[in-house]
Write a protein that binds this ligand. Structure first.
Ligand code: LLP
Length: 437
């Protein structure tokens, strides 16, 4: 099975830059993102700092919409909040017309806080708690993606008790290998997600008769960081067959939720070919006469964010170690999935300097606290800054304060300006809620 570990030749700094049009290297200002010098952000707010680009998110959203439009498809986009749940980012997608895909009450309330209407929210997840379901019903949430017969019964009971009706799709597990990392694949029978196809017809029929439940259709989500349309084609063909079967049995099916998972290019592999993906959607489910929706996260925000860090020191031991002020507690993906993230120096002079292999690490007391092994980078003395690329998705949301490290600040770049959207956590806030017995 493919994973995030990069095995091909490493892209060099110029390749990384060339593949990312939102970045530019200026002789004086150094590395710029959406026309803002990263040095200006670091000078004002310090490092480590997350930097997000509104223009990149808008452009990516537009590209996805355009791919669907070219196929004459109307697919409503529900941004997967888990990828990056900052309300400033949710607000950007709300302005673009997106709904939200949430997996907890916290995410639902974040979406609501950003002004996304409850009716435009779908609620996924294998373990929705009673209190969360009740709150979602009270808010008038648009759709529950139900993942088990047990959850369906619980939902029916709660909706009946509160005098509400839950709009429901069943999440079908299509048993398709998405060809992605084992820790983020979700569409195999062995995964905890969804309902086996064989069980769908009987459950759908039973659900239709349950009080408090309004059956709408099906959902599926086969995994994340998927780079080829092929697994989607297989999964969507199975979904289409299921829609036809359900209808043949007299069921009403009006919604198909296509899930998320569209992959991006972290090194020099091409990201998902959107035109080919949209063509697959058109071919497999375009003629079903259902409302189509999709739950992308990473595709929309991954390349639209970076983690800006400073070098604490460069240590020459058995090999060269560049120790940053950012660590695995900020960006966990390399430690958790051996994920590869591009690293660019901010200083233009260094960009053209002689490169040699170095391990890029953080100060946390774990060997897993390593962003890159044997990466070809120039000499990076104390105070030099680097950008860890493509960190907009599953970066800040997965961070922690391990080693009593305060949460990094976040900055949003928009129209050539930058603004602080989360201040750096103060040290004393780390223990502010703790109580001495
Ligand atoms: N819908 C459902 C039901 C999901 O479980 C997910 C992601 C998405 C949508 C959005 O998937 P996306 O378009 O972002 O691929 N932490 C991992 C990724 C975990 C994805 C979990 N589910 C990483 O850093 O790669």
């Amino acid at each position: 099975m493919a994973d995030f570990a990069f095995t091909g030749p490493e892209p060099d700094l110029a390749d990384l830059l060339a593949a990312r049009p939102a970045f530019a290297m200026h002789a004086q200002d150094g590395l710029c993102f959406e026309d803002v010098p990263l040095n200006a952000i670091a000078d004002q707010y310090g490092t480590p700092v997350w930097v997000y680009g509104a223009g990149s998110m808008q452009a990516r959203y537009a590209a996805l919409q355009a791919a669907f439009k070219a196929q004459n498809l109307d697919v409503h986009i529900h941004y997967a909040v888990k990828a990056n749940d900052h309300i400033a980012i949710l607000d950007i997608f709300r302005q673009l017309g997106a709904g939200a895909d949430v997996v907890s009450l916290g995410e639902l309330l974040r979406a609501r806080r950003a002004g996304i209407a409850a009716k435009d929210v779908v609620y996924s997840g294998v373990g929705k708690a009673e209190a969360e379901i009740e709150a979602a019903l009270a808010q008038g949430i648009g759709q529950f993606n139900v993942e088990s017969t047990e959850e369906l019964d619980m939902l029916s009971a709660l909706a009946t008790r509160t005098g509400t009706t839950a709009k429901v799709v069943l999440r079908m597990n299509p048993d398709v290998d998405a060809g992605t990392h084992a820790k983020i694949t979700t569409g195999l029978a062995e995964n905890k997600f969804g309902i086996a196809a064989a069980d769908i017809p009987a459950l759908y029929a039973r659900a239709t008769a349950l009080p408090g439940i309004a059956m709408r259709g099906l959902a599926l989500h086969i995994g994340s960081q998927i780079l080829s349309p092929e697994p989607y084609a297989t999964a969507y063909a199975k979904a289409a067959a299921m829609v036809r079967l359900l209808r043949a049995q007299g069921m009403t099916v009006t919604v198909l939720d296509l899930g998320g998972g569209i992959g991006i290019g972290y090194h020099d592999e091409p990201g998902m070919n959107l035109a080919a993906f949209a063509a697959v959607v058109k071919r497999e489910v375009g003629g079903l006469g259902v409302d189509l929706l999709m739950e992308p996260g990473r595709y929309l925000v991954g390349p639209a964010g970076l983690l800006l860090a400073s070098v604490v020191l460069q240590k020459q031991a058995a090999k060269r170690f560049v120790v940053l002020d950012a660590a695995m507690n900020e960006l966990m993906r390399p430690a958790l999935y051996e994920a590869w993230h591009g690293i660019l120096p901010v200083n233009a002079a260094l960009f053209h300097g002689i490169a040699s292999p170095a391990d890029i690490v953080g100060p946390v007391c774990e060997s897993a606290d390593c962003f890159a092994k044997d990466r070809e980078l120039p000499d990076l003395g104390p105070g030099e800054r680097v950008a860890l690329l493509d960190a907009g998705a599953y970066g800040a949301v997965m961070s922690s304060s391990y080693n009593a490290r305060p949460r990094a600040a976040s900055v949003l770049v928009s129209d050539g300006q930058f603004r602080l959207i989360t201040p750096r956590q103060r040290l004393e806030d780390l223990w502010a809620d703790e109580v001495l017995p």
